[in-house]
Design a protein around this ligand. Structure first.
Ligand code: SAH
Length: 227
């Protein structure tokens, strides 16, 4: 994975601070520096690679939905310093941990929010405001599309980190894609070292305004997915 010039030192610092938090809080299963570097930091940078190869998709306002311990949020904020990055998670202790990491690294281009996507997606300060929404390990595609689409401006993109074997999940997302006017525009495949193997970012472009009925009430997207 290509590391943008001038970013490696800050990414290594991020990893150290993150691993110290992770010892206290169990934010990620990747506990060794090697696992964390490849599985969290380099994996997050696949979105930077995608944006470099597709400059027409350049995004200024990013939202990382279900950021957890801060991935892909933190590497993206370091490597795309000209953009603003919002991290959203429903779990307070995770948002607090990410806030401490942001502080330790003195990152100025991050806002953190502790809320459910289904609630924030109705807030006019956030609805239809983002150029790019990212999500890694948050929900199956049908649910994720309902969470993400309300936040995107028309023409904005959802970047969903997925394994390469997800034909069934893609099939199950067809109705959600239609209802939410999100078209799959690209499968950005990449390879990670150290046994992590092939992965992909699925890129969905929002083609039209999200119907007012989305997102449905908290828990509905997961319990009764659009499919
Ligand atoms: N993106 C991180 C964390 C993945 S774990 C990573 O890849 O390491 C999934 C996270 O999504 C959890 O922290 C959980 O709290 C959050 N989450 C799941 N559904 C959510 C929702 N509807 N609203 C807000 N956060 C949610």
């Amino acid at each position: 994975m290509h590391i943008p010039p001038g970013c490696e030192e800050r990414l290594r610092h991020l990893m150290k601070v993150f691993l110290a938090e992770n010892q206290k809080l169990n934010l990620s299963a990747f506990r060794t520096p090697e696992q964390c570097w490849t599985g969290n930091v380099l994996d997050s940078l696949a979105a930077v690679e995608y944006m470099t190869q597709n400059p027409q998709r350049r995004a200024n306002r990013w939202l990382d939905l279900g950021t957890g311990g801060g991935f892909p949020l933190l590497p993206l904020a370091i490597c795309l310093p000209g953009a603003h990055h919002t991290g959203l998670d429903a779990t307070r202790k995770k948002i607090d941990a990410v806030q401490r990491i942001v502080h330790a690294l003195n990152l100025q281009n991050i806002t953190l929010l502790c809320e459910r996507t289904e609630i924030l997606g109705r807030n006019t300060e956030h609805r239809a405001q983002y150029d790019a929404v990212t999500a890694r390990a948050v929900a199956p595609l049908h649910t994720l599309l309902e969470y993400a689409a309300p936040f995107l401006r028309i023409g904005g993109c959802l970047l969903a980190w997925k394994s390469t074997h997800i034909e069934q999940e893609l099939q199950d997302s067809l109705l959600a894609r239609a209802e939410l006017s999100c078209h799959l525009v690209q499968k950005h495949e990449y390879e990670l070292a150290d046994g992590f193997g092939r992965r992909q970012i699925l890129v969905f472009e929002k083609m039209a305004k999200t119907p007012e009925r989305f997102p449905r009430a908290v828990g509905e997207a997961k319990k009764k997915p659009v499919m």
